[in-house]
Ligand binder design. Structure first.
Ligand code: IPE
Ligand code: IPE
Ligand code: MG
Length: 236
């Protein structure tokens, strides 16, 4: 598709959903769906960054996903480690700086180490940013931000009168521009705790496609839809 006449979201969010159903419908274990989702993600991200999107936030694992079967959780954790090692070179080639959002607690050490390594090795990349949300929940992000700001006030580094939106944004997990467009695959129409602060004026798009099938053509359709939205930000 010709992107010349189209506007890209500056910050795109993707809630990758439907891996499990994709697999179940094929008589496969849920893990096969996660593997297919990961394969799709690599192709899709390459396409998205090649088109010139500056910021992508990915919902990879919610804090609530720890409620899942231990075997599924450990499969996903191992998959993250493999991906973070394997995709480093491509990300560097694309000029993508990787940052993470979420809580450290409950993450296996090898996952946390792989996250730190990927962030460190890509820290000087300056074309685009990839924010990966792992062990992430939007309400926890707001809670953790509140604690950080309270500490600043209690230690007299900040006065209450000086708390404004800028201070809030500086104390979230990452200080990123607002989300413009959020794609959630699989037909579910909810945010499931994804970046609720940053999504205040984002446009949402809910294709019924399961994430492993959300390919380049599906992305093209999403961008056309984004261009058909009239964003108002409270104005007229
Ligand atoms: C998204 O697919 C992947 C993660 C949440 C980690 P799901 O695993 O939620 O797939 P469904 O929703 O059960 O089909
Ligand atoms: C949201 O998907 C989390 C991720 C995509 C990582 P879920 O499949 O966990 O969300 P619910 O439970 O359907 O709301
Ligand atoms: Mg799901």
């Amino acid at each position: 598709m010709d992107y010349d006449q189209l506007q890209l979201p500056n910050h795109l969010g993707i809630i990758m959903d439907g891996n499990g159903r994709w697999a179940t419908e094929r008589g496969l274990p849920r893990s096969a769906g996660h593997k297919a989702g990961a394969d799709n993600l690599k192709k899709l991200l390459f396409y998205i960054y090649e088109k010139g999107v500056s910021y992508v936030s990915l919902y990879a694992f919610s804090t609530e996903n720890f409620k899942r079967d231990a075997k599924e959780v450990s499969f996903l954790m191992d998959l993250f480690v493999k991906l973070f090692h394997k995709e480093l070179d491509v990300l560097l080639e694309l000029g993508v700086k990787v940052v993470f959002s979420g809580r450290r607690e409950n993450l296996p050490d090898n996952v946390f180490k792989a996250m730190q390594e990927l962030a460190l090795k890509t820290k000087d990349a300056n074309k685009s940013t990839l924010n990966i949300c792992i062990n992430y929940g939007g309400q926890y992000e707001i809670l953790d931000m509140t604690k950080k700001i309270t500490e600043l006030v209690l230690s007299k580094k900040l006065s209450v009168e000086d708390i404004d939106k800028k201070v809030i944004e500086e104390n979230l997990y990452q200080n990123l521009p607002p989300l413009d467009f959020i794609i959630r695959t699989s037909g579910e129409m909810r945010s499931s705790n994804f970046m609720i602060y940053q999504a205040s004026y984002a446009e949402y798009y809910f294709p019924s496609t399961y994430f492993p099938d959300f390919n380049e053509q599906e992305f093209d359709k999403a961008i056309v839809e984004f261009n058909n939205r009239k964003r108002r930000f409270g104005g007229n």
